[in-house]
Design a binder for this molecule. Structure first.
Ligand code: 5RP
Length: 231
């Protein structure tokens, strides 16, 4: 019999269905942004589970959540900004569950909301798994006036090429540069160093806030990768 190959969108959906298991009724839920999360939101709508509070990382996710009958809150309305769980996709996942995120441009809200979560469940299709981060252009949200100096720093220190994302402004009113040609072998160091450049708002490396579990949609179903198992 010929092996069956699933499309990435089916794998994203499989990972989303599996993620519903991690969502408790009445929980406080953070919801990321992107095509995988869009599947998750639909699955949540069909699941019958009703989080007490949902905080979304973008207008796009908020709109979809509303279509599924959920109201969204914002961190500033919460007495204690603590979420039980945060669900989001990623552009790349390395074997230690360091991530690149920001392909959808919501990286700043994603880092802020993830930072308030007790547990992060990442949902991806298997095309996102890499041995080393950097093939996907690294998104960095920046203050527009700092683009030339940030670009020069990255060129001199990392040999990467930073291009402004054409026609794109984040919900916080800033441009994004996507940096190609990087070989990210020390994600923690690089996240810290890039974060310190004046004018950088958010770096799309997520190495401080790793997922507790990464649910990966594969041809054979789903597999779960756990950060605590990685030494
Ligand atoms: C948005 C993100 C997304 O999680 C990331 O781009 C993955 O997107 P998709 O699920 O569409 O592949 O970081 O800012």
């Amino acid at each position: 019999m010929l092996p069956s190959y699933k499309y990435d969108r089916v794998k994203k959906k499989d990972a989303s269905v599996a993620a519903i298991e991690h969502v408790e009724n009445d929980c406080i839920l953070g919801v990321g942004t992107g095509s995988t999360v869009n599947h998750f939101i639909k699955c949540l709508g069909h699941s019958g589970k009703r989080p007490r509070i949902i905080v979304a990382t973008s207008k796009q996710s908020e709109r979809l959540l509303q279509l599924e009958g959920f109201d969204c809150s914002v961190l500033s309305n919460m007495k204690r900004p603590v979420l039980d769980i945060y669900i989001d996709g990623a552009d790349e996942v390395d074997p230690r569950l360091n991530l690149i995120k920001g392909g959808g441009g919501a990286l700043t809200s994603e880092k802020i909301i993830l930072n308030c979560a007790e547990k992060f469940v990442c949902i991806v299709d298997e095309s996102k798994l890499v041995t080393r981060l950097g093939k996907f252009g690294l998104p960095i949200e920046v203050i527009a006036a700092a683009i030339p100096s940030i670009r020069a720093f990255i060129d001199v220190n990392y040999g990467g090429v930073a291009r402004e994302r054409p026609g794109f402004i984040t919900e916080h009113g800033n441009p994004i540069i996507d940096v190609s040609g990087l070989d990210i072998d020390q994600p923690e160091f690089m996240e810290r160093e890039l974060n310190q450049i004046p004018g950088v708002v958010t770096v799309g490396i997520f190495s401080n806030q790793k997922p507790a579990v990464c649910i990966v949609g594969c041809d054979s179903g789903v597999k779960e990768l756990f950060s605590e198992e990685i030494v």
